[in-house]
Design a protein around this ligand. Structure first.
Ligand SMILES: [Zn+2]
Length: 242
């Protein structure tokens, strides 16, 4: 059965002299392994469209639970703005790895949808750090470690929230506050907005550098503490940003 799979190539592995096996995070079928025969040949029409980080539509002989076989592939968006900027490539590599790791733990099709929206907004020129943080925050639910953004993590109080702690894992009210770093109201509000925003509806991201930094710090702490994920692409990203 020929099946049309939209997705993004998350890895490519050489196979024999001329072929490769790609893994694609798809819109409808999770992560799918695909044999791309002849795709390593210089003249193969499959060569470019099977490279890592290609956003495309893959026509395959579909074999559930086994390797599918690639028939043809069309690039959906060449992502030229991202792919000509080393920093943005770093962000793209990271969010693709994060989404694919998340998809291994959770079969929801929303993971791909969120990833694709994030990538297209990044391609359109919006701030890659803010977009990455929005995606990170949204992935937490699928990883089973979502943040409760309605009440104090310690006592359940919904009022007098005075800060948010990545290390403690959520909001903290004035009664429970001990030595957690205090963040201003804008940071707390914006954090919530990141979580609820529909990425497709974002047209600009005018957020102060301080708030952006605060949120990135909180999310980094939270990821380190609660997700158990260690991603090489995140380490690489840290070396090229700053
Ligand atoms: Zn409390």
């Amino acid at each position: 059965m020929i099946r049309e799979l939209e997705g993004i190539v998350i890895s490519e592995t050489p196979y024999s002299e001329s072929s490769k096996i790609i893994n694609v995070l798809t819109r409808d079928a999770g992560v799918v392994g695909i044999m791309a025969k002849g795709a390593k040949r210089i003249k193969s029409p499959l060569r470019v469209s099977t490279e890592k980080l290609t956003l495309g539509v893959f026509h395959v002989y579909y074999h559930e639970g086994k390797l599918s076989t690639l028939v043809s592939a069309d690039i959906l968006n060449p992502l030229l703005n991202i792919k000509t900027d080393i920093i943005k490539i770093g962000y793209l590599t990271y969010i693709v790895e994060l989404a694919s790791q998340t998809a291994k733990q959770n079969g929801s099709n929303d993971i791909y949808a969120i990833l694709k929206s994030t990538i297209l907004k990044m391609e359109s020129g919006l701030n890659p750090l803010i977009l990455t943080n929005i995606l990170e925050l949204k992935m937490l639910d699928f990883l089973g470690v979502g943040i409760d953004l309605d009440k104090c993590i310690k006592c359940g109080n919904t009022k007098n929230i005075i800060t948010i702690s990545g290390d403690e894992g959520g909001y903290i009210c004035s009664d429970c506050h001990t030595n957690e770093p205090l963040y201003d109201e804008k940071t707390i509000k914006m954090f919530r907005l990141y979580y609820y925003v529909d990425i497709n509806s974002i047209t600009d991201l005018k957020i102060s550098e301080e708030v952006v930094d605060n949120i990135n710090t909180i999310l980094t702490e939270y990821y380190d503490r609660f997700t158990g994920l260690y991603l090489k692409s995140k380490e690489f990203l840290k070396t090229i940003v700053n």
